[in-house]
Write a protein that binds this ligand. Structure first.
Ligand code: ZN
Length: 320
């Protein structure tokens, strides 16, 4: 953290409530991992305490359970805690969550994650996907100014399926057919020049599939750089989005070099190189891995284990 950021942090202390001060003190005093994780979780409700079920503010403290303060709502009568409506609800062993977060930060394999956290491989795998759930769905509402979009392809993986629809491939194998085939899963990445990224696994290579992902997130105030593939071409024409066509073998617009798809192609490249370590991921989990990569790619991301837990709780802005 640089000096300006630190001075800002100190200045913010004046605005803390008593409860927030207590949580901050606990976090600074470096108590054990369990209490630290509890203080991260409890900070979710420290700023604004409302019912996890009906959002009423008419709530009262109602004992403790598994280290967490429990509350009861006067309006709907239900009880809840700071984890209730989060992707991490009902996960056990909170004393290991900081280690889980550091494994995500380092991009560890599931086996190494299991070893670090002292849990089984299946638990590490389940935790990974719970921790990534919020990141997977957190995408910018709109891209700004000049943006780029292009598709890339991942080899379909049936990893984790008991009954394979075809004989299993050796790790890192190649598609049987050359070029595009049903074994290739299309992934669309759109990115603006500020670094905001919208990515998604496409149902197929149709215009409709692209619309489902990008509709409403680009408009007439954008200029979208594309390489002329049918689906994106159809999308920009239907939605009347200004665009620049980049010839597939050029990567840069012939007349004006400000228009190119080099950022998005660079993103594809980093995404693929980073995913090599996972030895092929099941298609149904691919959106979570896209979200994981997107976290690293955020401009000015703070990637501390605490920030990863906050993000997993659905407080993504903490990684900004
Ligand atoms: Zn309620």
């Amino acid at each position: 953290m640089n000096r300006d950021e630190f001075e800002n942090l100190i200045a913010l202390i004046d605005d803390l409530s008593q409860e927030q001060r207590d949580l901050l003190r606990k976090a600074l005093e470096g108590e054990n991992d369990f209490e630290h994780v509890v203080s991260i979780i409890e900070s979710r409700l420290a700023a604004k305490r409302e019912c996890a079920h009906c959002h009423s503010g008419n709530v009262k403290k109602w004992g403790k359970s598994r280290g967490l303060q429990r509350y009861r709502c006067y309006d709907c009568g239900k009880t809840f805690n700071s984890l209730t409506d989060s992707p991490l609800a009902f996960l056990r062993k909170k004393d290991r969550w900081l280690k889980m977060a550091s494994s995500l930060k380092e991009g560890l394999s599931v086996r190494k994650t299991a070893a670090r956290c002292g849990v089984s491989v299946s638990t590490a795998f389940r935790w990974r996907h719970r921790f990534l759930r919020a990141a997977a769905s957190d995408k910018p509402v709109k891209l700004e100014g000049i943006a780029e979009a292009d598709e890339t392809y991942f080899l379909e993986s049936f990893k984790g399926h008991r009954q394979l629809p075809r004989p299993s491939r050796k790790r890192g194998g190649k598609a049987k057919k050359r070029g595009l085939s049903s074994e290739q899963i299309p992934v669309l990445v759109a990115r603006d020049r500020q670094g905001a990224v919208i990515d998604a696994v496409l149902q197929d290579q149709s215009k409709a599939a692209v619309k489902k992902v990008l509709s409403g997130r680009l408009g007439r105030d954008n200029i979208l750089c594309i390489d002329g593939g049918n689906a994106l071409w159809g999308f920009v024409n239907d939605e009347e989005i200004p665009f620049k066509l980049i010839l597939a073998d050029k990567h840069v617009h012939e007349k004006d070099s400000i228009f190119h798809i080099q950022n998005v192609n660079g993103y594809h490249h980093r995404l693929k190189s980073w995913m090599v370590r996972f030895n092929g991921v099941a298609t149904k989990y691919l959106p979570n891995y896209l979200g994981w990569r997107r976290v690293y790619e955020r401009p000015h991301a703070v990637l501390t284990p605490t920030a990863w837990i906050q993000a997993a709780l659905g407080r993504y802005q903490h990684l900004m």
